[in-house]
Write a protein that binds this ligand. Structure first.
Ligand code: F6P
Length: 320
């Protein structure tokens, strides 16, 4: 393969730039030409494409966001949009694509692969919701950002003897809540995979107060089927304890990627260009333990991974 493209799509995540850098420099090292496609599938349809060289990716490794910018493309969801995207790749002579994004972006890649484009999917999302890989690029940074927020909120919660419900991202996946909850010492972690037991949450709040705890931190994943305000209102009413909410929002998607995210991004992106160079079929690349792994793209998107029950149990044991 002589010419490849790289794009980022969907919600940005810290480490996407590290992945772009590794894909561009790795591909050039292997003797290929690399084209950067702006704004994901939107830019692909519009031909927003430019050739990249080793300097195009200088000084980006440590930066959050994505230098290629990103979008959620409605046009690409249509057959017409996908046809135009494929034609645009043909106009530029691009035969293979590195797609860095989450579930929806990977599905878009699968559609293109069915039209004859070889697609390498890299898991770029803070949500950690792709079943074929232990971790996604950006998840670790996001968890650390939430952790830092929990520490700050804990200070003020203790001073005022308040309960604080902190809402975190993750779409339908509770991993950000689970990992940040355990490492941040949250009293309660609520994830969509388990749901909410209001009685249990109230019991923990009251037991904590009775043994002199000054604060009560509840981490609630956004995928829970109840608004954060509604939950706080119920808890306040039932326990009589002052209950505040904090919705962390986009703060979780920004910031300089952690070493772990840069490592995953660099290793998986280089594997992607190696596979393209070897003439591989479309694959999804991820990590299993400490090993970079890859699966057939369609198969990978069917794979499911349950939340880590042992982590949840441990969080419960340690937060009494
Ligand atoms: O997929 C990443 C994510 O940040 C989710 O956690 C969240 O639900 C969603 O994107 C928010 O999307 P948008 O950027 O469209 O508001």
């Amino acid at each position: 393969m002589k010419k490849i493209g790289v794009l980022t799509s969907g919600g940005d995540s810290p480490g996407m730039n590290a992945a772009i850098r590794a894909a561009v420099r790795g591909a050039i090292y292997l003797g290929m030409e690399v084209y950067g496609i702006e704004k994901g599938y939107e830019g692909l349809i519009d031909g927003d494409i430019r050739q990249m060289d080793i300097s195009s990716v200088s000084d980006i490794l440590h930066k959050g966001g994505t230098i290629l910018r990103t979008a959620r493309s409605d046009r690409f969801m249509t057959v017409e949009g996908q046809k135009r995207a494929k034609q645009m790749l043909e106009s530029f002579g691009i035969e293979g694509l590195v797609v860095i994004g989450g579930d929806g972006s990977m599905k878009g890649g699968l559609d293109l692969s069915k039209m004859g484009i070889v697609v390498m999917g890299l898991p770029g999302t803070i949500d950690n919701d792709l079943g074929y890989t232990d971790y996604t690029i950006g998840f670790d940074t996001s968890v650390n950002t939430v952790l830092s927020a929990i520490s700050n909120i804990r200070d003020t919660s203790s001073s005022h003897e308040r309960t604080t419900v902190i809402e975190v991202m993750g779409r339908h996946c509770g991993d950000i809540a689970l990992y940040a909850g355990l490492t941040g010492g949250a009293e309660t972690i609520l994830i969509p995979e388990v749901g909410v037991d209001i009685n249990a949450v109230c019991r923990k709040m009251v037991q904590g107060r009775n043994r002199g705890k000054l604060h009560n931190i509840i981490i609630k994943a956004e995928g829970i089927d109840m608004s954060t305000q509604e939950l706080a209102d119920i808890l306040r009413e039932r326990t009589g304890m002052e209950t505040k909410i904090v919705v962390l929002g986009y703060i979780q998607r920004g910031g300089s990627p952690t070493a772990r995210d840069r490592m995953l991004a660099s290793r998986s992106a280089y594997k992607a260009v190696e596979l393209l160079n070897e003439g591989s079929e479309s694959r999804a690349i991820g990590i299993n333990g400490s090993e970079i792994v890859h699966y057939d793209l369609a198969d990978a998107l069917q794979m499911k991974r349950d939340y880590d029950k042992q982590v949840m149990e441990l969080a419960d044991i340690l937060s009494i």
